[in-house]
Design a binder for this molecule. Structure first.
Ligand code: SF4
Length: 323
């Protein structure tokens, strides 16, 4: 949000036919900036630490916490004004909260806030909750998680709320992932071990950082790390300032990594057990791959199987991602 040419970059990306999503802490979205975002971006998601009336900051490193909420409110008002002035805009505006031990008990107040804020309602904001994972002192304890599962996720007012994704936790997350794993910051460890599930992310997606480094996904990139992150050095697959992206994408290193994830071996790739990115699509696509695509390859050979698969996909365009 501090880039001096943000508006120009957004307009150029849109003119080039790219889809643009913005992740922001909600600070500094001026009227001008809000106009460019609503006009050119596909979505903006604003990450918040806690409900606006929280007494203690979740992170102690943020010195301007006292003024943070005023800043975020101003940004939201600017986005709402920009949206009103551009009724044809399809830019979705959302909030996200990463739940950890310091903000877990605020979930009811977070839901209350999004239910009652006029600006949030005007922007039709969808609120996404995630649960913190990885190594760190901020993880929820097993007791915290039981409270969430048994007290919050049984409350119908929260569960029926049209703008929050808490039903996902009640119906999918807690029934399938082990509580002990979640509390250890490795939510998918046992799930991936039990399930013979492959990760299709390296075949569908690539992450390129601001310096040209190519990574298989944002988790292996170490997205909260600093510029000197050891993990980034370990996981970088190639550099598009040295080779073309297609060369990197088809390189033996990339192919080896894809092979190691078919299925995911969490003992060989422990970071995958910490990762909740794409675990739901991975589950569904693994079944389709094993039950539909592989039998087709065995029967018809790869080229004809791909053609048959594409024909199937075009018959169900609204479900194309699953085919
Ligand atoms: S499971 Fe997660 S960490 Fe592992 S490759 Fe897939 S997206 Fe990346």
């Amino acid at each position: 949000m501090t880039h001096p040419d943000l508006e120009t970059l957004l307009a150029a990306a849109r003119a080039a036919g790219l889809r643009v999503g913005i992740l922001s802490n909600g600070i500094g979205i001026s009227e001008h900036r809000a106009g460019a975002i609503i006009e050119h971006a596909d979505f903006i998601r604003i990450s918040q630490d806690d409900a606006p009336d929280a007494e203690q900051p979740v992170r102690h490193t943020f010195k301007m916490y006292d003024h943070l909420q005023d800043e975020v409110s101003r940004s939201l008002e600017n986005l709402a004004r920009a949206r009103k002035a551009r009724p044809q805009s399809t830019c979705a505006v959302g909030f996200s909260y990463t739940i950890q031990k310091n903000n877990l008990r605020s979930i009811p107040r977070m839901v209350e806030y999004v239910s009652h804020s006029a600006t949030v309602r005007e922007l039709e904001m969808i609120v996404t909750f995630k649960i913190a994972h990885g190594a760190g002192e901020y993880l929820c304890t097993e007791e915290d998680l039981r409270w969430l599962r048994d007290e919050v996720l049984t409350n119908t007012a929260f569960m029926d709320h049209p703008c929050v994704n808490l039903r996902f936790f009640r119906d999918y997350f807690f029934p399938r992932l082990d509580l002990v794993d979640i509390a250890r910051g490795e939510p998918t460890r046992s799930y991936y071990r039990r399930g013979r599930i492959s990760c299709f992310t390296p075949s569908l997606f690539s992450f390129i950082d601001a310096f040209g480094g190519v990574y298989v996904c944002c988790h292996l990139y170490d997205d909260n790390g600093d510029f000197d992150s050891e993990r980034r050095r370990n996981y970088v697959i190639g550099d598009i300032t040295e080779r073309s992206f297609l060369e990197v994408w088809g390189s033996p290193e990339y192919q080896q990594l894809r092979a190691r994830l078919m299925p995911i071996n969490v003992d060989a790739m422990p970071a995958c057990g910490e990762c909740t990115r794409h675990w739901v699509p991975n589950t569904l696509v693994s079944r389709l791959f094993e039950e539909v695509f592989q039998p087709l390859v065995e029967e018809l050979g790869a080229p004809r199987a791909i053609a048959a698969y594409e024909a199937l996909a075009s018959a169900f365009p609204q479900h194309a991602v699953w085919f």
